[in-house]
Design a protein around this ligand. Structure first.
Ligand SMILES: *Cc1c(COP(=O)(O)O)cnc(C)c1O
Length: 374
């Protein structure tokens, strides 16, 4: 049987043809396709301004600037995320303040956020891990009461919703990623949903050297900008993907439901929250019963690979990385994030999977895990 990776993008022939058209057009950097993608994304999030860039990391970093986060400010986030979430806080000279994950949702524990707020706190970066949205009502209630900006790291939750409202269609600044593994891709890329045209103008400057061009052909630079503009090649991929996004997510939800049907509950794995309304099922991640196993997680992953099935790890708790330990973070600081980070495995889930693939994965998990239970 073919190797089943934990994820794989679905790129259709129309998208491949659209990329060919861009390459033949004579204009391959930022141009009409990027503007078309911005308009389509804006329509997707109910008309709010959207600007595209080369990565969600760039979008998050520029969002911190737009939110006025300065060196010395504190920004609250969760250590159970891709390390980009906290790296951008360091990049702008601010201090990451971690709050542990909730063991059920695996997202930031909103019960613990207020205790982490100090006079220096400027913003919160919530992360919708695996596409399961953080409770937006409680989040914005806390942010509002403490006058904090919110920069939603919605890298994984494109197409998810909170109580029926699309993520990105409300709230403060919202960042999505179009990395190859996300629910829609542009190869690499990302975007930021902004509150108004002034913020969008500032974002345009930040993403391209701070430049403003005037109608008379002159230009000026009044802020320090970087270089993060998207190519039309990437935008053409993004446009093809956005058309398919809702269909992809319907299929992901179906596959996630199948996992819950076929996964052997007696193995003692902890399954993710069974949300088939709001989550976009970016990933399906059981937690291994490590204390009850004779295999390590690495050995489990190797055994699954030997069975033809790719398994990922998203993510180890980031405060235990050397960079963050050097800032004083240590084992025991965030026990839920650490526990989840040690036990989590990402099983295959992507739109092109067949129903039978889910059964095949569940059978392999049983075959590997059953004899390894103490
Ligand atoms: C993928 C991801 C990012 C970064 O996105 P890039 O486009 O790769 O920069 C940030 N945060 C989370 C939670 C992600 O999953």
């Amino acid at each position: 049987m073919d190797f089943l990776p934990f994820t794989r993008p679905s790129i259709d022939e129309d998208t491949i043809a659209a990329v060919g058209e861009v390459l033949r057009s004579g204009w391959i950097t930022t141009g009409p396709k990027s503007r078309e993608l911005e308009a389509a994304l804006s329509a997707y999030v109910g008309g709010r301004p959207v600007r595209v860039v080369t990565s969600a990391t760039a979008a998050l970093e520029m969002a911190l600037h737009i939110a006025g986060v300065q060196p010395g400010d504190e920004v609250i986030t969760c250590p159970l995320s891709w390390v980009a979430t906290a790296n951008v806080i360091l990049t702008v000279g601010a201090t990451p303040v971690f709050v542990d994950a909730d063991p059920v949702t695996r997202n930031i524990d909103l019960d613990k956020v207020e205790a982490a707020i100090t006079p220096k706190t400027r913003a919160i970066i919530p992360v919708d891990l695996a596409g399961l949205p953080v409770d937006r009502d409680r989040l914005y209630d806390i942010a509002g009461r403490h006058s904090l900006r919110v920069i939603e790291d919605a890298a994984q939750s494109m197409g998810a919703n909170w109580n029926g409202r699309a993520i990105g269609s409300f709230g403060d600044l919202v960042s999505f990623s179009f990395h190859a593994n996300k629910n829609m891709t542009s190869g690499e890329g990302g975007c930021l949903v902004l509150n108004n045209d002034d913020e969008a103008r500032l974002f345009e400057k930040l993403r391209l050297q701070g430049v403003t061009r005037f109608a008379d052909g002159t230009m000026d630079v009044d802020v320090l900008g970087g270089k993060a503009n998207m190519t039309d090649i990437a935008a053409a991929i993004g446009l093809g993907q956005l058309k398919k996004l809702d269909g992809f997510n319907v299929r992901r939800r179906e596959l996630a439901r199948l996992y819950f049907e076929h996964f052997d509950a007696s193995l003692g794995c902890e399954l993710p929250q069974a949300d088939f309304e709001q989550s976009n099922w970016h990933m399906f991640q059981p937690l291994l019963p490590l204390a009850n196993m004779t295999l390590s997680r690495a050995e489990f992953i190797d055994a699954m690979k030997a069975d033809g099935i790719g398994v990922g790890v998203h993510y180890p708790a980031m405060h235990l990385f050397t960079l963050f330990r050097a800032m004083g973070f240590k084992e025991g600081d965030f026990p839920h994030a650490e526990d989840i980070g040690r036990r989590t495995v990402t099983l295959p889930l992507f739109p092109a999977m067949q129903d039978a693939d889910v059964q095949r994965v569940c059978q392999a998990v049983s075959r590997v895990l059953r004899p390894a239970l103490k």
